[in-house]
Design a protein around this ligand. Sequence first.
Ligand code: 3H9
Length: 682
Amino acid sequence: MSNVGTFTVEDGIGVISIDSPPVNALGINVRRALDEGFRKFTADDSIKAIVLICGGRTFFAGADISEFGKPMQEPGLADVFDIIENGTKPVVAAIHGTALGGGYELALICNYRIAVPSAKVGLPEVNLGLLPGAGGTQRLPRIVGVETALQIMTTGAPVPAKKAFELGMIDALAEEGKLKEDAVAFARKLVAEGKKPVRVRDRQDKVEPSRGHPEIYDAFRAKNARAFRGFKAPWNIIKAIEASAELDFDAGMVREGELFRDLMEGTEALAQRTYFFAERETAKVPDVPADTPIIPVKSVGIIGAGTMGGGITMNFLNAGIPVTLVEMTQEALDRGVGVIRKNYENTAKKGRMTAEQVEQRMALVTPVLGLEALANVDLVIEAVFEEMGVKKDVFGKLDKICKQGAILASNTSFLDLDEIAAATSRPEWVVGLHFFSPANVMRLLEVVRGAKTSNSVVSTAMKLAKTISKVPVLSRVCNGFIANRIMSQRGRQSDALVFEGPTPAEIDKAIYDYGFAMGPFQMIDLVGLDVIGRGETERTVRGDLVKMDRLGQKKNGGYYDYDEKRNATPSPIAAGLIADIAKSKGINSSGSIPADEIVARLLYPVVNEGAKVLEEGIAIRASDVDVAAILGYGWPVYTGGPMFWADTIGLPKIVAGLEAMGIEPSKLLKSMAAEGKTFTRG
Ligand code: 3H9
C-alpha cells in the first residue's frame, strides 16, 4: 500500500489502482506506487495477470508537466515502463476518462487495453511543443500504421474509445460503470486461455509496408506545411514516426529520445507548457474567495440575433442551456435563427453532428420580439449596436423587466461598463461578457468586472465560461479591455509605419512570418475598412480608401486588389495614397526595413500596452494578457504570447526599442527591466 496506490487481489488477478488527484499525472508519487505495485505482483507466484486501473475522474493524464525542466527523481517513467514490459504476466490497462500522453504510452506498454465507451485516448504532446517521449512514436505506428499515427500525433486530438477500438488502439470495450469487473474478467480469460504477454514493440506488420517510402512523409509535410508553420514539434514527430518504420525498435527509441530532447530544450516547449498552465490559471481570481456562491444559470436571454448574438446563442445551445433570443423585427429574428440553423446544418454535413443533434439544439431556442419575454431568465446578454445611448436604454428596460437575481451582461467591446451599469438600480448584477467573433468558435471570453459587480456574479461568469467551453480572462473596465486594447497598438504602428517606407505587403509578410494568420492590412481588408476605420479626425489612408468605396475584400479592393478568386495583389491606388499622405505630412520614405525591425516596431508597443494593463490593475496577471492575445488574436502560441515573448527578448531590449521609437515605456516595464525581472518566468 502506498499513499496513491492500492494493490488488491481479485479472483486471482492483481489489481493496481492509482488515485492521485486531480488527473493521475505520472509524477514521482505515482511512479513510486507503480514501481511498488508491479514489483509486488511480479514477485507473487499466485498472481497470474495484472490489471492497472485509476481512481478519480480519469486514467493517467500523462507525465506530470510541472516536473518538466526539473531534475528527474527516480524511478523515472522509463524504469517503470521496463518493469511492465519485461514482465512475464499479462498486464491489462483499464481506461476511463482520458489516457493521454505518457498515460496512453503507459497503456501501450501494457499487453492489453480495455476502455469504457466514454473514454478517450491520445497523444497530445504536440500541444505542449513536444512529442510523445515514452515510446509513443514507436509503438502507436506498430498498432495503427504510420499514416494514422502521423495524423493522431500531429493533431494531438484525443480519439474516442469506439474509434480507438476500431483502430486497434484499445483491444476491448467495457461496460460503462463496470470497468474494473470487465477488466478483471478480461484478465482471467487471458489466464484461462494460457495467453502470454504480447508486446507492441514486437509487432512489425503495420510498419513494414511503409519501410523505404520517404514519399509518405514528404507528402504529409507538404499537405500540412501551412498548419505546422512556425511550430517545431510536428516536424520532429514526423521524423520520429519515420524512424518507427525505418529502424529497429531500440534504435527507434534512441531516435525518439534525441528528437524529444531537442524539443524539450527549446523555447517553444517552455512557451507552450507555460501557456498550458496559464490557460488554467485565468479562472482563479485572487480577491474572490473560492467558496463564493455560484448563481445557477439554467436559462439565458440574448438580445440581438445578428452575427454576434447568433454566435453567442450557439455557445449556450451547445451546452444544453435554453436561450430566449430577442430581436426588434420579425425579419431580423427569422434571419438570425436561420443563420444559426444553417451553421448547425453545415456542421452536420461535414459529419461532425447528427441531424437529430441539430434539431435538439434548435429546440432550445425561443425566438421572440420584445424584451418582456426576459422576465424570468437567469442571465441576459445584450449584443445590440455598440453605442452608449442604445446600451443604456436596453439596461434601463432590463432593470424593470428582469427578475431580481438575474445577471445582466453586456457584450460591449470597448464601452464603459460602469456607465452602462449605472442605467440600472442593480449595478452589482451587471457584468461584461465580451465574446470574440465568430463567437461560437473563438475560445476567449473577457469577463469584465465593473466597479460594483458582485463577487458572486464574477465567480458565476468565470465558471459559466468553462460550461460553454470558453477560457475566461478577467478584465477591469477600460477602453477596449485587454485583448483589443493591447492589439490596437499593432494597428496604430502599422498605420504609421507605411509612411516611412515598408509597404503594407512587406508589413503583412513580416507579421505573417512571425506566426500570425495574417498581417494587419490583410485583416482590415478581410473585416472591411468601414468596420475598423471609424471616428478618425485627420486624413488617413484608410479614410481615403473608404471614401473611394475601397472597403476591402467585399469590394474587391482595399489595401490590396482582389481578383474573382480573392487572390490579392498590392494595390497601386493604396500605394499612391500612402505616398501622397506621407508627402503632406512631410515624412520621407526610408525604403524597406528588415522584417525583425518591422516586428519590433509593431509588437513592442503591444508589450508596452500589456505592461500598462497590468500596472493599472486591468488584468490580474501577465499570463492572462498572453492568453487573451493568443486566444483573441491568434498570437502564435509557440512564442508564448506578448509578455512571455518580451521575456524571451529581454525587457531591457524592449525598453530601449520603445525609446528609440519615441514611445514612453510604461513605469512597470521600465522598473522590471531595471531590476532584471521577468513577466512570466517566475
Ligand atoms: C507527456 O506525457 C510527455 C510524455 O510523452 C513523455 C515523458 C517522458 N501534469 O485541464 P484541467 C492539472 S506530456 C500536471 O482543468 P479537465 C491542471 O493544471 C503530458 N498537471 O481538467 C489542473 O490543475 P489546477 C501529456 C496537470 O478535467 C488540473 O490538473 N498530457 C496535467 O478539464 C485539472 O486540469 C497532456 O497534455 C499534467 N499532465 O481536463 C494532458 N494535466 O487544478 C494534459 C492536468 O491546479 N491534461 N493537470 O488548475 C489535459 O488535457 C486535461 O487536464 C485533462 C482533464 C483532459 C486530463
